[in-house]
Structures are given as C-alpha cells and as structure tokens.
Design a protein around this ligand. Sequence first.
Ligand code: DCP
Ligand code: MG
Length: 372
Amino acid sequence: TDCSPPTAVANVSQYACQRRTTTENHNKIFTDVMEELAESSEFNESKGPCLAFRQAASVLKSLPSAVQCLEAIQGLPCLGEHTKAVMEEILTFGRSFKVEELRCDERYQALKLFTSVFGVGPKTAEKWYRRGLRSLKEILTEPSIQLNRMQRAGFLYYSDISKAVSKAEAEALGCIIEETVHWIAPDAVLALTGGFRRGKEYGHDVDFLLTMPEMGKEEGLLLHVIDRLRDQGILLYCEYQGSTFDVSKLPSCRFEDMDHFQKCFLILRLEQGQVEGERGQQRDPGDSRGWRAVRVDLVAPPVDRYAFALLGWTGSRFGRDLRAFAQKERQMLLDNHALYDKTKQLFLPVTTEEDIFAHLGLEYVEPWQRNA
Ligand code: DCP
Ligand code: MG
C-alpha cells in the first residue's frame, strides 16, 4: 500500500463548506464508527467530543480514496488523538473494540432505540431509561407513560417510518405534492431539498421547500396544502407550525437550529403503485397492504428568503460549517433567513444560493457535493 500522503490531502480545509463531498464515501468503515461515537457522546451530553467525532467523520468523507495507514492522514484538520486512536484500531484489527463495547452497552442500546421513534429526543429517551424501561413494548405497556400526539404517531407507524425512504419513493411523493400544490396555486414554486437534493439514494424523510413568486402570497398556503392532502385521504399525521418570522428581529446573533418559517411535519400514505419500478409489484410477500407511511417535511418561506431556506434545508454539516465560516472568517452572520455583514452593518442582497457563496468569498459548491 502507498502510504505517502496524497498531495490533495495536504490542503483540506477545516470547514466543510470549503470541501467537496459527494455521496461516494471511501472511508465508511471509519465514518460509521465516528458517527456512533458522536451519537453516544450526544447521549452523554458531551458536546465537545460529539462535535469532534462528527467533524472528523466529515473530513474523512471528503477524501478521494480510502485511508490505508495513519501516515496518510497526517496534516488533515479535525482529527484529534481520540479519533486517530480509533482509526489505528480499525487499521490494525479491522474493527474498533471501543465501538463494539459501546454497541453492547445497555444504556446506549436503549437510548438509540427510543430516539429512533419519531417525536422522541434524547431527553425523553433518558427519562424512560432512568425509569428502568428498555424496550418499545415496555414503553407502550407502562401505564404511567403519557405519550404526546407526535410520539403516538411515531409508535403507530414505527415499522414504516424507521425504514429508509428510496429516491423513487421521494420522487413519487414529489409528484403528489406538486400536483396538490399546483391545484391550489398554479404559480407556486416547489423544490426537493434535504438529503435527496444532495443526491442521496435513501433518506429518513423527504424535505420540500415551497414558496410563491409574489411576496406574502405564501401565507396560508401550507394550511391549504394540508387540507387538500387530508381530502385525498393520504394525510396520516400533521404537526403544523405557523410562521414566527419577523424581519425586525434579524439578525439572530446565535446559531439557530430551527428557523421561523411556516412548516409542517407530516406522515403521508404512499401507494406502492405510485412508485416507479414498483408498479404491480409486491415489495414484501408478508406485506400485502400495498402502501407505506413516509415522513415528509414542508417548509414555506417568503420568496425573498428562499435562497437562505434552500441552502439551510439542503443541510448536512456543510450548512453548519457555512455558518461557522461566515462568523469566524468573515464576521458575518448567516442563518436560514439572512446574511448580515457585521463590519459594514448591513444585510447583503441575495436571490440565489450562488449569491450567498459569492458574498462569503467561497467557490460555489453544488448540492451533490455537500454531503459533508
Ligand atoms: N434543517 C434546517 N432547519 C431546520 C431543520 C432542518 O436547516 N429547522 C436542515 C438540516 C438538515 C436538513 O435541513 O440537514 C434536512 O434535515 P433532515 O433531518 O431531513 O436531514 P437530511 O435530509 O440531510 O438527511 P435524511 O436522509 O436523514 O433525511
Ligand atoms: Mg431529510
């Protein structure tokens, strides 16, 4: 094996927004482990180690080939001693004992299981674990546990929504949403975002952005869409959040995970016959229902915020690092709503994603290169 550090590796940026990361991951044996360790740190509320493992995984995903030896990662950013030790284990033994130990850990297993339910976050999972609960069945049969509406839907459709959504299924949903939206507003603009916009073959949900060419016309649009989906009999669950977007409150000085646009978190019923390649075909001999439940997110920003929302919702670490880059390297604040130049004390004019990259002095990166 060639252990000389490839020249391309010599100048990898610490920021994902200065790297190009396709869905082709040559270092999956390392990144899967890093992501499990990050998740475990998250359960333990160890923010530092969690971020460190996620950043390390992200750097490894951007490499053009598989890492064969420790020498090959010399000079790469974001790879700490901890990460290197894990990589050394994998390179030497083909496996990580540290992560194998973790996979056997009762607490990790339970928290991973509980957080796999739609509507259950680390806090709730921890609460259930502390009460001695270990399985989903125990949660459902424990009389003192009060599930909220979202969690009830999460349990009801658990087997469907814990199954990956394929690109063909995402496209089929795209057609359904498009037809629904255009029936209500023929000039509405609909875009597939999230992992599928980045070219992923599978996802945990399907994310769409929706807007109107005329400012203000997007108000109430989502509620109409929801009504229409319900009329069609395909709305299994809906959690609607109205807009809390207020131009006068910009810029937000902290990194906000949630944006203020009107949005809804849905579970939709997708007929097997509507999915390309599955027409007249039985997916699973044991499953004769002919449909599955799918998680869908719809977000409807006003058109003048569309580029920011699109960039944010296309997501991955790429988006997070863009914000960090803007703040640390450019003294600018970027979120899903706006880009503010702190030095010039003004909001920068933006209509496209390209404009945002240009303002930040970054080369444009295509969505399919943002799988950081
Ligand atoms: N996002 C955001 N603001 C929110 C919620 C999400 O900017 N309020 C971003 C972060 C995510 C992206 O939107 O990267 C889409 O979220 P998902 O959780 O659906 O992630 P992906 O689509 O990237 O992956 P998956 O295949 O798991 O759906
Ligand atoms: Mg998604």
